[in-house]
Design a protein around this ligand. Structure first.
Ligand code: GDP
Ligand code: MG
Length: 440
């Protein structure tokens, strides 16, 4: 028997490549999902072309249907573009580590400065916040408030000492940190509502003056299609080592993340997820990938399918069938697995060899599993292992315990016996069947 199953798996595995028609429909769906998520058009085009190429060269995966397999490729590629592993801040060998922020006005730089300071403070660092945004009258005040909330020290220009010259403030700030033994400097800078040359030159000058270890580009996740132009402008004008995606708590689906990562090749390092200083998270490429595609369900299903169809598991069940030790406990266990996999019908489509039977099962009632489970749960372990002991009084007890009727219990036992018989047939080379389905 084991040989037979192994053979079946081998056949499925060598079925060949995904076909163009398998791939194209799904790629079209993916394109739509990306555009819905506000990923920039050129990025979408590049991305789908790459996915299509890879999918066409891919071996057929036994546990997934072609659409799911393409989705899986998409997911992997998304994660790869979004940075694969999450990147952390790099600290300078000789403190202070200098971190400079850049980005449009309102993108969330000052807020992020406070969040980062608070986080670093909590990790035992002694960050100094430097107010190099002298563009707006309120900017220094805002950073002062934020620094206070974060419990961090702020370096701001004294009247008559460098007011109006953000480059000098930045340079003095780093010098101050060195003298006062702050191991990290966070430099907040000015932004404009749109990209402009003067702002860019100012940021570039600050960068030149303080030679930061990290330049973090802060971008509002809701920015949508503008993400590409803004990111490009900042990369050309200042360049940056990493990206902070802010306002991810809004309803943006995160397309900006993919656009920026894909266009600039820089890693996204932080996700800012609210107005409070605590609302800062490391960026997780895998979570963002599912958010962009909004495929939570499908991705979960794929994972579950792969677990459930683990080859070793299949062989283990087959072994039990062959040795005729399949019990109501196994029956229950299998049923729980089926339930975990969510929709019965969806799952049936993924079962190797189950395709033709799917139609027959269209009217299968999923609640049946719950009822069956309730009954089996009301049995003692001994009864589950050997249903033959189920006399009238035991059946009555089980019916009461599960809130079912004795007739329900009788039907279940009957179905189990029929299923077990059928599965034995399968084990000897007959047509496959699923436990719990009853006779078909
Ligand atoms: P800056 O001009 O780049 O310094 O941006 P600010 O830090 O001043 O942020 C602009 C506005 O966005 C402020 O009202 C912040 O409270 C808000 N903000 C910043 N980050 C977030 C975030 O992650 N989520 C939400 N909901 N609001 C944010
Ligand atoms: Mg600001």
């Amino acid at each position: 028997l084991s040989d037979r199953l192994t053979e079946t798996f081998r056949n499925l595995r060598t079925k060949g490549k995904l076909s163009a028609s398998d791939v194209d429909g799904t790629v079209r769906e993916i394109r739509r999902a990306l555009l819905d998520a506000d990923v920039a058009l050129p990025v979408v085009k590049d991305f789908t072309a790459k996915v299509r190429e890879r999918a066409l060269g891919d071996e057929v995966n036994k546990a997934l249907n072609p659409a799911q397999q393409v989705v899986q490729i998409v997911n992997e590629e998304l994660i790869a573009i979004l940075g694969g592993e999450q990147r952390r801040l790099e600290f300078a060998k000789n403190p202070p580590t200098v971190i400079m922020l850049a980005g449009l006005q309102g993108s969330g730089k000052t807020t992020f400065a406070g969040k980062l300071a608070k986080q670093l403070q909590g990790e035992g660092h002694t960050p100094l916040l430097v107010a190099a945004d002298l563009q707006r009258p309120n900017a220094v005040t805002q950073l002062t408030v934020v620094a206070e909330q974060a419990g961090a020290t702020i370096f701001a220009p004294e009247p008559g000492n460098g007011v109006g010259d953000p480059v000098r403030v930045a340079r003095d700030g780093v010098e101050h940190a060195r003298r006062q033994q702050h191991d990290i400097v966070i430099i907040d800078t000015a932004g404009r509502l749109g990209v402009d040359a003067e702002l860019m030159k100012q940021a570039a000058d600050i960068r030149k003056a303080v030679d930061p270890d990290e330049v973090l580009f802060v971008i509002d996740a809701m920015i949508g299609q503008d993400a590409v132009n803004t990111a490009k402008a900042f990369q050309d004008g200042v360049d940056f080592t990493g990206v902070v995606l802010s306002k991810l708590d809004g309803d943006a689906r995160g397309g900006a993340a993919l656009s920026v990562a894909s266009i600039t090749g820089r890693p996204i390092m932080f996700a800012s997820t609210g107005e409070r200083l605590e609302d800062l998270e490391p960026f997780h490429p895998d979570r963002m990938a599912s958010r962009i595609l909004d495929l939570g369900d499908i991705l979960t299903l794929i994972e579950q399918a792969q677990q459930a169809f683990d080859e070793a598991e299949a062989l283990k069940v087959a072994e039990k069938l062959a040795t005729e030790t399949f019990t109501l406990e196994d029956f229950l266990e299998q049923m729980q697995q089926l339930k975990k996999m969510g929709s019965m019908k969806k799952m049936l489509g993924m079962l190797p060899g189950m395709g033709q039977m799917k139609q027959q099962l269209e009217d299968f009632d999923e609640r049946e599993i719950d009822r069956t489970e309730a009954i089996i749960r009301s049995m003692t372990p001994g009864e589950r292992r050997n249903p033959k002991v189920l006399n009238g009084s035991r059946r009555l007890r089980i019916a009461r315990g599960s809130g079912m009727t004795v007739t329900d219990v009788n039907q279940l036992v009957q179905r189990f016996e029929q299923a077990a018989k059928m599965m034995k047939t399968v084990a000897r080379g007959g047509t496959p069947n699923i436990p719990g389905m009853g006779p078909m």
